[in-house]
Write a protein that binds this ligand. Sequence first.
Ligand SMILES: NC(=O)c1ccc[n+]([C@@H]2O[C@H](COP(=O)([O-])OP(=O)(O)OC[C@H]3O[C@@H](n4cnc5c(N)ncnc54)[C@H](O)[C@@H]3O)[C@@H](O)[C@H]2O)c1
Length: 283
Amino acid sequence: MAEISRVGVVGLGTMGAGIAQVCVQAGLEVVGREVEPELGEAARSRIDHYLSRGVEKGRLTSEEKDAALSRLTTVTDLSELASCQLVIEAVFEDLEVKRETFAALDGIVAPEAILATNTSALSVTKIAEAAQHPERVVGLHFFNPAPVLPLVEVIRTTQTSDEVFDAAYAFAQRIGKEPVACNDTPGFIVNRILIPLLNDCVRVLDEARVTPDDVDRAMRFGANWPIGPCALIDLIGVDVHVHASEALHAALGEERMAPPERLLEMERAGHLGRKSGQGFYTY
Ligand SMILES: NC(=O)c1ccc[n+]([C@@H]2O[C@H](COP(=O)([O-])OP(=O)(O)OC[C@H]3O[C@@H](n4cnc5c(N)ncnc54)[C@H](O)[C@@H]3O)[C@@H](O)[C@H]2O)c1
């Protein structure tokens, strides 16, 4: 496999910008693709902001920050990812949008390049089937915020070649992450466990007639969780969690996986958590 020195990131939203930041901080060149130039610039500003905070806290020097930012190029045309040895897709969680992206990318990058998706809840196999060469497709599932959380689930389909899987796993290590090998099963490892568990916590609010603060403090001080489940859903985003719950429920059919009514009501009211200023808590 060619040495990975240049990484393409498609979609510089929450996850894509975080992944781009991790890669430039690890010394790699990144070509980030957004649909509009302003969105690319906005992502660069967010990365600049986080790196500047790192400088203030003494985690890196301002020279290291400048060098990292200079390794990021933003483009709007997918064909500008042609020279990347690895492309990580982090667009909107929609199967058709992802399949179109993979079909296009497969015709753009070199034959030995790796194509990865950051999907949380879609089938990597179904995304890979849109590529002409599904053997070069893997999942690289980062967690939010990508620069902070160490885990990357490296997902192989039955078609992924060993060489591609090993290179993707080594890449995750190279950028300082903790990779875990997964198969293409619904929710992979973390979401398969966490989604029904968080839904149980929300159902307990009504069943036990307790407050979000009660549940959060109970799990923090009784189960030693670093963050309470309601605060965690506020951080993930109620809409993101509901969408992932629906996908897992559709795939596996367990009642606990379906989003609780209370979360659907919050979503309808626009109470999406931290990003909207209101969720279980006010921000
Ligand atoms: N947010 C999370 O906690 C989280 C965690 C892990 C994985 N993911 C996954 O990462 C991916 C991106 O999620 P996000 O939270 O960063 O979303 P986001 O809404 O912040 O960003 C979505 C990106 O998709 C692009 N986009 C939207 N419509 C498009 C289209 N029609 N064609 C091409 N690009 C389009 C946007 O420009 C943007 O860059 C999803 O697959 C999601 O499931 C999200």
